[in-house]
Design a binder for this molecule. Structure first.
Ligand code: COA
Length: 323
């Protein structure tokens, strides 16, 4: 059996590498890996408690002997919707095939135990993950870009109306007919996760006071758009805490820029300094966003990948006549 040697001289073979569930005792090892990733900006330490407590999916460690050298997480998003996240390999062991083993393991596990749709996101520069996605039959289904704008108390917000739980029917009816809902894969983005935007999730956000309707000018009835906000991020740092995060916002084409602009006014009234938003990478939409004073904050795209886990479940049976 071939033996590999990592950058620090650790010798191991494939048989030495195992995958097992993460336990609380792995915390320090995982934090040590995260501290070396993305210049120490990895969000993993902030979600570790929640991930350890989550029994609905699978949180796995890749170990060599006793040493944790990789992690990955499968998260249940409700119904038949699943999300892959948290793939990390200790930099000292990167480029040795371990990330691929973790990714394939998670996809194989999902195929057995998580029927439905599996999704994940990654940056457009992440060649390793994009390659693994292709190997495991994922399709790139959407691309988003990170935009932001300064909050501005001078911008009026009178057409932005906070909706309540009782508004669920009209909010849902509006949402599903908005121009970008399908292209955004019926998802809202929250902390790098693209969550299925189902009636239940909309209901949750309405109850939390995080959904705003964009009303038409004058007395014209009906909503012209919708904005769904994320909960403020208190724990991940001062910069994040100062931002109003838009999970999803959409409006009729001639209303989109006005809605985007009003969100800057709303941010100021809620005590935030900026608006942050991962928006669908669509030329028309971005033109309107820029007209509302937004700028791209990050050069890369955030790519959303998806695949069906039970390809055979709905497969057509072909007859001899082809009928
Ligand atoms: C991304 C990451 C998980 C990949 O794990 P890894 O163990 O380094 O990757 P592997 O060695 O298994 O490589 C898998 C494939 O990707 C390719 N690859 C790896 N790193 C690459 C890079 N920087 N550029 C281009 N291709 C790369 C490998 O060559 C291999 O393909 P090949 O066998 O056809 O040559 C790891 O580098 C990591 O933890 N990065 C930081 C965190 C991160 O980006 N996580 C993913 C978030 S979605």
């Amino acid at each position: 059996m071939t033996t590999a040697v990592n950058k620090a001289g650790v010798q191991f073979s494939r048989a030495d590498f195992h995958i097992r569930p993460v336990t609380a005792a792995d915390r320090a090892a995982i934090e040590a890996i995260a501290a070396q990733i993305w210049d120490g900006e990895d969000y993993l330490p902030f979600v570790l408690d929640a991930w350890l407590a989550d029994v609905s999916g699978l949180f796995c460690a890749g170990v060599i002997g006793e040493r944790v050298v990789a992690v990955a997480k499968l998260t249940h998003m409700g119904g038949d919707q699943w999300w892959l996240e948290g793939l990390r390999v200790d930099p000292a062991f990167q480029g040795m095939g371990l990330g691929r083993i973790m990714h394939h393991y998670m996809v194989n596990y999902s195929r057995r135990y998580a029927p439905g749709t599996l999704r994940f996101s990654t940056a457009s520069s992440n060649k390793a993950v994009i390659r693994m996605a292709a190997e495991t039959a994922f399709q790139r289904v959407a691309a988003f870009v990170a935009y932001g704008a300064e909050a501005d108390p001078a911008i009026p917000t009178d057409r932005l109306v906070r909706l309540e739980s009782g508004d669920i029917d009209r909010a849902w009816a509006r949402l599903i007919k908005l121009p970008y809902f399908e292209a955004a894969q019926r998802t809202l983005e929250d902390s790098w996760r693209f969550l299925p935007l189902t009636p239940d999730r909309l209901r949750e956000r309405l109850a939390a006071g995080q959904v705003y309707g964009w009303v038409r000018p004058g007395d014209i009835p009906g909503l012209a758009g919708l904005a769904i906000l994320n909960a403020p991020r208190g724990s991940t740092g001062e910069e994040e805490a100062a931002r109003l995060y838009v999970g999803y916002a959409d409006a009729l084409p001639d209303e989109f820029a006005a809605l985007a602009m009003a969100l800057r006014g709303l941010a100021a009234r809620q005590g935030f300094e900026r608006v942050s938003w991962k928006v669908l990478d669509d030329a028309g939409l971005l033109t309107r966003l820029k007209a509302a004073g937004y700028q791209q904050r990050w050069d890369e795209q955030v790519l959303l990948f998806a695949r069906e886990l039970s390809l055979t479940e709905h497969a057509m049976i072909r007859t001899q006549t082809g009928a």
